[in-house]
Design a protein around this ligand. Structure first.
Ligand code: MEV
Length: 413
């Protein structure tokens, strides 16, 4: 039986049978528990409840030789199905290969209009500042991280002390900001001057990853088109994204569909990721797509390159039980591994979107699933949902009014 044909109970059993979750975790999922008042209070302010979104998983991810099921939190129909669909085609062609670079977070200590004399004091004390910053968070050194660069950058009206910090498995916002604020104080004392502010940069420049996937033409064919033709049309559409900013943004939105869903499932700060992605898309001065597709021999080659800002330990990730469950389901051992999976999901969602767009269009698949949520919105319950959805798909009139009429008709029988 296909995963999408199973009930939620059967899906949990599938994960249990394949060793992705434990009996306790299956129970935890079944209870559909929200977070406690204490936890909510400790995470943010003015809490009055908790907000749920569907939690599902994508299948068939073969990333760097390891098989994954990938938990995703998303309210949009088709995204999980699209990720799984492309992942299977890619798995059948050898899987994803990923190339994470580093896990460096940059921080800025900003000084306003300092004198030449103050600047030379800073430069003369570079090793002292470095040493001080290094000692500002000793536990980071124990974990194998710490300061990896220190530069003095001059802007028209500002001087910046830029620290590069290896945050190992933490996303790093808190620890970087702690180091920066302590170091800023030291700098202020050294030059007897004011520091305007100190804060990490969300540029993600130190966290760029490349993900590659090669797909056999055979894996791309539809009932109406050969795999080669589909591949050529995908390349054309990806080329258009390099020429049209309007298209590039939508192309990237398809990638972010997958990336954000995994970041949410793992308790990560998806706003940081969005900010890093914006900055990277504009790196060349012109907004560009995060992925490119080419034909090599009789295969389609996809390559995604972008920053992926995340952590696999600390903060909300540690506190949220569902985030812990997600990491356990993927057997994540470090943040680079999680980056590799997240990047692969982004590329998978991109392939599925492009393949659908150049063949049948996305509405067929999209509305097929949307019809279920329309049925629920119209008041259908239990078995009625499937029946109303089926009828919506048959009439192809995807409106709430139509769903309500179908439901009325069904109940009058
Ligand atoms: C919809 O959420 C995402 C797509 O628009 C992406 C794309 O156009 O490439 C289908």
């Amino acid at each position: 039986m296909k995963i999408y044909e199973m009930t939620d109970e059967q899906r949990r059993q599938f994960l249990l049978d394949h060793g992705y979750i434990t009996v306790q975790q299956a129970e935890q999922l079944k209870k559909r528990q929200t977070i406690s008042t204490d936890l909510a209070d400790s995470l943010s302010e003015n809490q009055i409840g908790s907000f749920s979104l569907p939690y599902g998983f994508a299948t068939d991810f073969l990333v760097d030789g390891q098989e994954y099921v990938v938990p995703m939190v998303i309210e949009e129909p088709s995204v999980i199905a699209a990720a799984s669909n492309a992942a299977k085609r890619i798995k059948n062609s050898g899987g994803f290969k990923t190339y994470p670079t580093s896990r460096i977070v940059y921080g800025q200590i900003v000084l306003e209009k300092i004198t030449a004399e103050q600047l030379s004091i800073l430069k003369d004390n570079k090793s002292k500042i470095w040493e001080f910053a290094q000692m500002a968070h000793p536990s980071l050194i124990k974990r194998g991280g710490g300061i990896v660069s220190l530069n003095f950058n001059q802007y028209p009206n500002f001087v910046e002390v830029e620290l590069g910090i290896d945050t190992v498995d933490a996303m790093g916002a808190n620890l970087v900001n702690t180091i920066l604020e302590k170091t800023a104080k030291k700098i202020s004392d050294l030059i007897s001057g004011d520091v305007l502010c100190s804060i990490l940069s969300n540029s993600g420049q130190g966290q760029i990853i490349t993900v590659k996937a090669e797909i056999d033409f055979e894996q791309l064919k539809t009932s109406e088109m050969s795999g080669e033709e589909v591949a050529k049309r995908i390349v054309q559409l990806a080329t258009f994204a390099k020429e049209s900013v309007k298209r590039a943004v939508t192309h990237n939105k398809g990638i972010m569909n997958g990336i954000d869903a995994v970041l949410l499932a793992t308790g990560n700060d998806f706003r940081a990721q969005e900010a890093a992605a914006h900055s990277f898309a504009l790196e060349s001065g012109e907004y560009q797509p995060f992925s490119d597709w080419q034909i090599v021999g009789n295969r389609l080659l996809g390559m995604l390159k972008m920053p992926i800002e995340l952590g696999s330990v600390g903060g909300a990730i540690r506190a949220l039980p569902m985030a812990q469950l997600s990491l356990a389901m993927m057997r994540i051992e470090n943040s680079k591994q999680l980056q590799s999976v997240v990047g692969s999901v982004g590329l998978a969602n991109n392939l599925s979107a492009l393949r659908a767009l150049v063949t049948t269009g996305i509405q067929a698949g999209h509305m097929g699933l949307q019809s279920k949520s329309l049925a629920v919105s119209a008041g259908a319950i239990g078995d009625e949902i499937e029946l109303v959805a089926k009828e919506l798909n048959r009439t192809k009139e995807y409106t709430i009014k139509n769903a309500e009429n179908i439901l009325l008709e069904l109940r009058s029988k």
